[in-house]
Design a protein around this ligand. Structure first.
Ligand code: SAH
Ligand code: SF4
Ligand code: F3S
Length: 440
């Protein structure tokens, strides 16, 4: 049987696509391997969000070229957002590639691309307009947690971002198809699903008739019952509605966590980014969510060193972080991407300024996370076990709270996928520690 290795370079959507690629190729007889040396086919599933992500893939290609020189049977493909963005130019730059395949419906074209005789590199990377085919298999790693794609693409065109160019226009899956998948996952023993979309809460606007995201959550909640946790990511602040806040408050399966990228605390910089909201708008959304869901954890993304960001703008990012008290934050140095408007904006920040601001953000976030985590000490929380403990194991079990906080805890023999109650006894900025008090 031929062997396949898929390497994921990007976000959760990219990881889900890797699982889809593995599912498509399993039907063609491929089994997965971790070892490049024994693979017949290696697919690098690329990401273009920042320059570093692209560079990682390019350097990996260098290693694979050497491997291919030793093993001429090896076939190499590049997929994902990077393939979508670069298309043909990848074949010119890396002539030893066998194929380049973009996002969305293109994934299903991989078997066809492979059937084209070796030595005739092929490309399928026109702008994706469809979704992944409903009848295709998804080869998931975890047996308890699953990503579920509900929408693709983005129409927002933030001035720094490649996603609208790599994933095409915003389009949503039919609710019945989603419900069908979710019910199947529950039947297969999954305990947690995370609904995925580049702007997940913009779901359903273009469906006929439109289905608001809050309505989809309600239907999913009914379909999965209380035995399953439901998460969603990534949310776009302007599309956080009172209906979403109410749904999060009312639906027992929906976890008390939202990832809500703010990018910057400066209204001026937000306008340069074309984010379509102000600092005050963002704070209002946070206040509305917190009023509805008192235990809500809020995490965010921040970009530092956006063109034109002054010390005053940056100070506003820090003050917004404190004002919200984020539970966690992914922070990035602005990375100019060709083809996006931000490349041409004046006052690009020098590297040392970006580096210094990034450390300030990370340092502040460490303090905020610690503060937020300490507030949980003394409480009993529900934990979904993702690393059980065998009898001989002297270590700690691990899992996540509904707020998505990592917990390491002492306790009895546990299995992956169990829901247990843990009393939190200690907190660090990175995780919680506790003791098992009862399992259910
Ligand atoms: N759709 C999501 C974000 C998807 S991209 C949203 O709108 O919030 C994930 C994160 O990567 C973004 O939130 C942003 O913080 C970061 N990012 C995107 N483009 C970037 C760039 N050119 N440079 C640095 N960070 C970037
Ligand atoms: Fe990119 Fe998100 Fe903006 Fe869309 S909303 S352009 S995915 S940052
Ligand atoms: Fe990267 Fe594409 Fe995700 S650019 S972050 S893999 S949507």
């Amino acid at each position: 049987m031929p062997k396949l290795k898929v390497v994921t370079f990007g976000c959760q959507a990219n990881e889900l696509d890797s699982a889809r690629i593995a599912g498509i190729l399993a039907r063609e007889g491929y089994t997965l391997t971790e070892d490049e040396a024994e693979a017949d086919l290696v697919i690098l599933n690329g990401c273009s969000i920042r320059e570093k992500a692209e560079q990682k893939l390019f350097s990996r290609l260098g290693t694979l070229q050497a491997l291919k020189a030793e093993n001429p049977r090896l076939r190499l493909g590049v997929a994902g957002c990077l393939a979508q963005r670069e298309g043909e130019t990848l074949l010119r730059r890396f002539p030893y590639l066998d194929f380049v395949v973009g996002n969305g419906e293109h994934l299903a074209e991989i078997p066809q691309l492979l059937s084209i005789a070796p030595g005739r590199p092929a490309v399928a990377a026109s702008e994706p307009v469809g979704l992944f085919p409903e009848d295709a298999d998804i080869h998931r790693h975890s047996r308890i947690r699953a990503w579920v794609g509900i929408m693709e693409g983005c129409d927002n065109f933030c001035t720094f971002c490649v996603v609208p160019f790599t994933r095409g226009r915003e389009r949503s899956r039919y609710p019945d198809d989603i419900l069908h998948e979710v019910v199947r996952l529950r039947g297969a023993g999954y305990r947690e699903i995370t609904l995925l979309g580049q702007t997940v809460n913009s779901y359903g606007k273009k469906l006929d008739p439109p289905v608001p995201f809050a309505e989809l959550l309600r239907r999913i909640n009914v379909a999965v019952g209380p035995a399953m946790r439901v998460r969603f990511t990534t949310s776009y602040p302007p599309d956080v509605t009172p209906a979403l806040a109410e749904a999060m408050a009312a639906l027992p399966s929906v976890c008390e966590h939202i990832h809500l990228p703010v990018q910057t605390g400066s209204t001026r910089t937000l306008a340069h980014m074309k984010r379509t909201y102000t600092r005050e708008d963002y704070l209002e959304k946070v206040a509305m969510l917190r009023a509805a869901v008192p235990d809500l954890a809020i995490t965010t993304d921040i970009i530092v060193g956006f063109p034109g960001e002054t010390d005053v703008d940056f100070a506003e990012t820090l003050s917004l972080m404190e004002e919200v008290g984020f539970d966690g934050c992914f922070a990035f140095k602005f990375s100019p991407r060709s083809g996006t408007p931000a490349v041409d904006l004046p006052d690009q920040a020098p590297e040392p300024v970006k580096a210094a601001r990034l450390s300030r953000v990370l340092e502040l976030q460490r303090a905020l996370s610690l503060q937020r985590n300490r507030a949980v000490v003394g409480r009993v929380v529900e934990v979904l076990v993702d690393r059980g403990l065998s009898k001989r194991d002297s270590g700690l079990a691990a899992g996540r709270t509904r707020q998505n906080k990592i917990v390491h805890f002492q306790g009895g023999e546990l299995e992956e996928g169990q829901l247990v109650n843990v009393e939190i006894t200690e907190a660090t900025s990175h995780h919680l520690k506790g003791v098992l008090i009862a399992s259910s």
